[in-house]
Ligand binder design. Structure first.
Ligand code: SF4
Length: 283
């Protein structure tokens, strides 16, 4: 029996896949393609870091390697600067993935470039496959009649391909942002595929007041569309202004029964989530 550590993942994978070919009397090792992390790993990590600051948690995760190879996924949206700044202070080499759907506001692209330069980020700009766009969204209007399909080819597929390289992702989602994210834990299992990656939500328990204070303390530049009435910013065709007092994410896919783009599941639906009551995310 052979035992390996998968990457730096804390999960020991038992290569219990030996098989013996009797006629040659030799053993063949098969690579175990099972999930990297299990729901119990997420629960254990949530318990391990309960009561510890976001900075302590990030430092420990990066330095101890308990989550393996990590990438940060950022929308460069309304409050993205906070997480990007936090992470860049601990480790600037972490890959920062941006899903360049081809449908973003020009202000978002300019904001991305500004933050990349200011924080020294290691940006990975992901674009959809040209063939997928040609085959399924030739006129660029799929968002208007099939937003799930549009998100699938412009976000889900490119991210799925890129994330095959990593054991964990960092998301900027926050618990207070909407009622669909009010059960968000700091660590959860990424359910977008069967790989069992960890999804880390460092800002899960941050309040709006904490976010505002961090922005002031570190003099972080705001996304230019926030002051125009967009508290949550995604692709331009699917983002509307939000009135004072409304759910910040209510301006996303307005008029559609759609609350996430497909790369996140509503937090309340995540099985075995260790809900410490602190939760809520952002994309
Ligand atoms: S948010 Fe809208 S435009 Fe962007 S990928 Fe999804 S459906 Fe398409």
């Amino acid at each position: 029996m052979v035992k390996i550590l998968f990457g730096i993942c804390a999960t020991e994978i038992d290569m219990n896949a030996e098989s013996t070919i009797a006629s040659h009397d030799r053993t063949i090792d098969r690579i175990d393609s099972g999930a990297r992390f299990k729901p119990t790993d997420a629960v254990r990590l949530n318990n391990m870091f309960r009561g510890r600051s976001t900075n302590e948690m990030l430092t420990s995760v990066f330095e101890d390697g308990i989550a393996g190879d990590i990438a940060l996924v950022s929308s460069f949206g309304a409050e993205s600067a906070i997480l990007l700044h936090l992470v860049s202070q601990v480790n600037r080499d972490i890959p920062v993935i941006f899903l360049d759907t081809g449908k973003h506001f020009p202000e978002t692209l300019a904001y991305r470039d500004l933050l990349v330069e200011r924080f020294g980020l290691n940006l990975i700009n992901l674009t959809p496959e040209v063939g997928d766009i040609e085959d399924k969204d030739g006129n660029g209007l799929r968002w208007s009649f099939d937003p799930d399909g549009c998100c699938h080819i412009r976000k889900v597929l490119p991210l799925e391909k890129e994330m095959a390289k990593y054991d964990a992702s960092i998301s900027g989602r926050k618990g207070f942002q909407s009622k669909t994210r009010n059960a968000l834990p700091r660590f959860e299992i990424d359910t977008s595929d069967a790989q069992g990656r960890l999804k880390i939500n460092p800002l899960a328990d941050w309040t709006k007041e904490q976010l505002d204070a961090y922005i002031i303390e570190h003099d972080l530049p705001p996304h230019p569309l926030v002051e125009q009435g967009y508290p949550s910013i995604g692709c331009s065709p699917c983002t509307s202004k939000v009135a004072e007092g409304e759910d910040p994410r209510s301006g996303r896919w307005k008029g559609w029964d759609k609350v996430e783009c497909g790369i996140h599941a509503p937090a309340s639906a995540i099985p075995n989530a260790d809900d410490d009551g602190a939760n809520d995310p952002i994309f």
